[in-house]
Design a protein around this ligand. Structure first.
Ligand SMILES: [Zn+2]
Length: 674
């Protein structure tokens, strides 16, 4: 079994400066050991070589005296740590650009990007295509590293200051695109330009092709060397980051680490995710960290969602000017070391899957994140399955009773076929927004939801949904209308569908004297089709998730959760009285024992992270769990529990949740109590 497969990484990344090639390696190793780390990620090559390379076009950091990388690998191994060698081939020193200009990125008018002496390369140029493999080969031939990591893999079109330069128009890109599609490169990212759609495909194909080459080069040397980057193709350890950026629009996303981990952990059975907690507040500010409370939430979300730990600073600890978060990091790393047996092999018991859209930063991203947040806050167990991997996962998707599609408009035929077959086998579908609403998907919409679109509204300005049915929507005893905004599809449902939430058509809204005259139209906020012999299809043709993500009204959440309740009992396994600011995780261990984790997010006020307020008592009911021999809180929280032998229900009460608690629920085996 490869060393990483146990999924217990406690990774520290020291993102070195070129001057650190002269750093005291003994001190570096001793500092990292203080974190109970078992993996060290350290710079090897690419922009700067941290070892005495003999390759002509591999720029050595001028601060290198001996063999920094060699010394680090030897001493880290002796200290019981694995070493992942970090490479960055996205840029190279300007002295290489002077000699091999054909390897580099070009703007549309043929200019290179030179950022403080470092020049952007191109994925299709000879440096990335061939020379990078020689550099990797040199490192692997000389040093017994345990893994390779590639920073900024793929197409990079902006510099560190955030200036955007557009696609690469170098001769290699032009030639390769022409060979592949017989077209010239598109002039801009214009979705209406057919060449742009082809260019997206080109990026996807060429990036995968490069990963194929890297995979072949690395694995031909040893299967035991892990490949890691921010992609999932031919990668053993998928890397992601929980980071902040001063220019990132609000709302602040508190489930960053949970989402980053779940989307890979739940989707792939053969890959690890290592989600790096970036200490720095932003790239221009690499030497001040975010709040320690935010760091704690990221790290706990990592392990609670099924991964290990991963933390990064710039430079070395010896002169790092912000020590404020380091004690918190050490404590959580130590907790993971001491209780490692529980982590990394957690089994999901969820019967709801939420599909993560491809390219999730697009409009579909907000809808997805909003629904993710609703499910988290309501303590609903769910898995995340990446859209592009749906066909590969089809075989074991039948364990889900409901698959939620969050306003996903672009589909490959093979993905839709997989969904269609799942539904035929009885998996219910719930889709929001304009999912499947495009004319070319009309057949699917009809079959899956007994629905057809009559009209598209890009923005349902001033419309409401009439919540008349208080049985289906029990939280609306005192509120009859819920506003909607954003995209709405006016849908006609067929005879097999029950319609819900009649649309209240927009009327004049100003001045107040004219704000009346609303009437109910022929369209609805939801339709649930029940076709015999097929799974149900619930269509919610508005953007419940986006509305909740952006504005946070509980009403949009409560409407969508009530519609989910039409399809599945969300509390069939676990119910709790914990408030929405407590993130709940419920899993089984490989031995079948229960593992309950509770994370307190009450310190987050929407922007600021502070000490979480103690929450409790919290009661959690595990339904039909079975006989229990013992229940133990790993962080020492005070718990009481009782089991009902008749129903198998187990009720656990945690007196007070501080920041995080993990509760092992051990099953009674062989009829004897431990
Ligand atoms: Zn290019």
């Amino acid at each position: 079994m490869p060393w990483w497969e146990r999924n217990n990484l406690r990774l520290i990344q020291t993102n070195l400066r070129e001057v650190d090639a002269a750093a005291d390696v003994d001190r570096l190793i001793a500092d990292v050991k203080e974190y109970s780390a078992n993996v060290l990620m350290v710079n090897a090559g690419g922009i700067f070589a941290f070892y005495p390379t003999e390759l002509e076009y591999h720029y050595r950091t001028p601060y290198l005296k001996g063999d920094f990388l060699g010394e680090v690998v030897g001493k880290a191994h002796r200290a019981g740590m694995r070493v992942i060698a970090r490479f960055d081939f996205s840029k190279a020193h300007e002295s290489i650009f002077a000699r091999r200009p054909e390897w580099f990125y070009r703007t549309k008018d043929g200019r290179e990007i030179n950022y403080h002496g470092i020049v952007h390369t191109c994925l299709n140029g000879g440096y990335q295509q061939e020379y990078s493999l020689r550099i990797i080969g040199e490192v692997l031939d000389r040093y017994p590293v345990d893994g390779v990591f590639f920073n900024m893999f793929g197409y990079q079109t902006s510099d560190y200051s955030g200036n955007e330069y557009g696609f690469c128009y170098c001769d290699n890109c032009r030639r390769r695109f022409r060979e592949m599609f017989g077209l010239e490169l598109p002039a801009s990212a214009d979705p209406a330009d057919p060449a742009y759609a082809k260019y997206r495909e080109f990026q996807w194909i060429t990036a995968r092709d490069m990963l194929d080459k890297i995979h072949a080069a690395v694995k031909s040397r040893s299967r035991e060397i892990a490949i890691s980057t921010y992609s999932d193709h031919k990668v053993d350890i998928v890397r992601n980051e929980s980071n902040t950026k001063l220019t990132r629009p609000h709302p602040v996303w508190p489930y960053s680490a949970s989402e980053n981990v779940k989307s890979i952990e739940d989707t792939f059975h053969d890959k690890l995710i290592s989600n790096c907690c970036i200490n720095a507040v932003d790239l221009p500010y690499r030497y001040m960290g975010v709040s320690r409370h935010e760091v704690a939430v990221r790290l706990y979300e990592n392990i609670a969602s099924g991964s290990g730990l991963d933390f990064c600073i710039n430079g070395v600890f010896a002169d790092y000017p912000d020590r404020e978060n380091l004690q918190t990091v050490k404590e959580i790393f130590r907790f993971h070391r001491d209780h490692e047996a529980y982590f990394g092999e957690l089994r999901s018991t969820a019967d709801i899957a939420l599909v993560k859209p491809m390219g999730s930063r697009a409009y579909g991203g907000r809808e997805y994140l909003g629904i993710f947040k609703m499910l988290k806050e309501s303590h609903t167990l769910f898995d995340v399955i990446c859209q592009h991997h749906l066909p590969e996962r089809e075989g074991d998707m039948d364990r889900y009773r409901l698959v939620i599609v969050p306003d996903i408009r672009h589909w490959e035929d093979r993905q839709l076929e997989a969904l269609r077959r799942m539904q035929e086998r009885g998996v219910r579908l719930l889709a929001t927004g304009w999912s499947f609403a495009q004319p070319e998907r009309a057949g699917f919409l009809k079959d899956a939801f007994d629905a057809e679109v009559a009209e598209f509204w890009p923005d349902a300005d001033a419309a409401y949904l009439h919540v008349a049915d208080k049985r289906t929507f029990p939280d609306f005893a005192e509120r009859d209308w819920v506003f909607i905004a954003g995209a709405f599809a006016c849908v006609r449902f067929g005879p097999s569908a029950d319609t819900h939430l009649p649309l209240v058509l927009p009327s004049t809204y100003g001045p107040p004297e004219k704000a009346y005259g609303h009437r109910t139209g022929e369209f609805f906020g939801a339709g649930a089709s029940r076709k015999s012999g097929r799974g149900d299809g619930i269509l919610v043709p508005w953007q419940a998730g986006s509305l909740y993500y952006r504005h946070g009204y509980k009403d949009h959440k409560r409407l969508l959760l009530s519609l989910i309740d039409l399809a599945v009992d969300r509390r069939a396994q676990v119910s709790t009285d914990a408030p929405g600011c407590v993130e709940l995780f419920w899993n089984r261990t490989p031995k079948g024992e229960g593992f309950l984790q509770l994370l307190n997010l009450s310190g987050f006020n929407g922007v600021t992270w502070a000490e979480p307020l103690p929450v409790g008592p919290i009661r959690v009911q595990l339904k039909g769990f079975g006989a229990v021999s013992s229940v133990a809180a790993l962080k020492g929280g005070k718990i009481a529990w009782e089991a009902d032998p008749a129903s198998g229900d187990v009720t656990i009460e945690l007196e007070r949740l501080l920041d995080y608690e993990a509760i092992a629920v051990n099953q009674e085996t062989g009829g004897t109590r431990a």
